[in-house]
Design a protein. Structure first.
Length: 86
């Protein structure tokens, strides 16, 4: 499936905003994404397996914080980074 990637993570994806990955859950998808683009997972998930506070994973337009959440090949997945400041 195609995964849309936030611009701060483009250094891991050869400057691409959309990449391919597979998995039956969000965790499997992130693991495959990390196999294809080494190092990206630790910019999204911490050592305890929790989505970092400033990162958001959207599945079909809804924020998904559970890594065991199921996903299907036809789902829309966006990984975004929240911005702060004023």
């Amino acid at each position: 499936m195609k995964i849309r990637i936030a611009s701060p993570l483009h250094s891991y994806t050869a400057q691409r905003s959309e990449v391919e990955a597979t998995g039956a859950t969000v965790a499997e998808l992130l693991a495959d994404l990390d196999r294809r683009h080494p190092g990206i997972r630790f910019r999204i998930v911490d050592e305890q397996g929790r989505v970092l506070p400033h990162m958001k994973i959207f599945v079909n337009g809804h924020v998904e914080s559970r890594l065991d959440a199921p996903i299907d090949a036809g789902d829309s997945v966006h990984i975004l980074q929240a911005l702060r400041g004023g």
